[in-house]
Design a binder for this molecule. Structure first.
Ligand code: ADP
Length: 267
């Protein structure tokens, strides 16, 4: 069996997916990007191969993507994360149905991608100028509230009443606003819910820039947060599909691109 690696070096996390010739995801691993992308990407790959009982010799083609993709010089190819995300999303959602709109929230940016019937990217919009509406903002809020980022979802659903409004449009001011709300005896749960709705409103504006088409898919680390998913669904008044492993869609897409490139080069 031949294996293909997709390496997504994001601003916050390195995600590696390994696919087999049938384009099935056979394993994945996530680690923090830290300050040494190159070193950590290689370590993560070796660890994943070890867990899968594979070696580098089993990998016939590697595709790097994401913010730090150019530093992974050993890759056979590097590709934009928009293309890799689109291909990974379609594959991850193959049993769900057609994907036409992708929402991706990463550590330091958020994106909306529009696809045509064949899965080609027809339009995309990105916010990479402002931390509000990104994973970094969620991380900062969780830190201020002294909870883990993985607890935000559960806390959201324990909030009662109308979600608090977080009015600051800048992440730095929003953090001060959150501290002010704590000082006014608002519960952590109500603040978390307010934060999710403030992000959801920004995401809806971003998606509107590319046009909202049914078949909405949400990925990136923050898609693990059920409270944020619910807030975005409510703001859009639409159901959205979350894949089983939302943080690794783009690396999976990169591995699939590797299969196609390898097949083309060897045909
Ligand atoms: P990037 O590709 O830009 O590195 P990711 O898609 O890996 O970004 O997303 C990173 C963000 O995902 C983190 O900043 C964090 O807010 C969020 N995240 C990571 N793990 C979880 C989790 N278990 N629950 C909720 N959010 C998470």
């Amino acid at each position: 069996m031949k294996y293909f690696a997709g390496i997504d070096i994001g601003s916050t996390a390195i995600k590696i997916s390994i696919a087999n010739e049938k384009k099935e995801l056979v394993g994945h691993k996530i680690s923090a990007s830290g300050s040494m992308f190159y070193k950590y990407a290689h370590e993560t790959l070796d660890l994943l191969l070890y867990e899968l009982n594979l070696t580098r010799d089993d990998l016939v083609y590697t595709v790097a993507t994401g913010y730090g993709r150019k530093i992974f010089k050993e890759a056979n190819e590097n590709i934009s994360e928009i293309t890799a995300n689109a291909i990974g999303a379609r594959a991850a959602a193959k049993d769900y149905g057609e994907i036409k709109t992708i929402i991706n929230i990463g550590g330091q940016d958020s994106k909306a991608i529009s696809l045509d019937d064949e899965g080609n990217v027809t339009n995309f919009a990105m916010n990479d100028r402002c931390a509000a509406g990104t994973g970094k903002f969620l991380d900062a809020c969780a830190m201020n509230l002294e909870i883990g980022v993985d607890e935000l979802g559960d806390r959201h659903f324990k909030s009662e009443g109308t979600p608090l409004s977080i009015n600051s449009t800048c992440a730095v001011f929003a953090e001060s606003e959150i501290i002010g709300l704590l000082g006014n005896e608002h519960s952590v749960e109500d603040i978390v819910c307010g934060v999710h709705y403030s992000i959801a409103k920004r995401i809806v504006k971003l998606v509107k820039r590319v046009g909202i088409k049914d078949g909405i898919y949400f990925d990136g680390g923050p898609a693990l947060n059920g409270g944020l998913v619910s807030a975005i669904e409510n703001e859009l008044s639409k159901k959205i599909f979350i894949p089983e492993y939302p943080q690794v869609t783009t690396s999976y897409g990169a591995a699939i691109i590797g299969i196609d490139s390898y097949t083309y080069e060897n045909s």
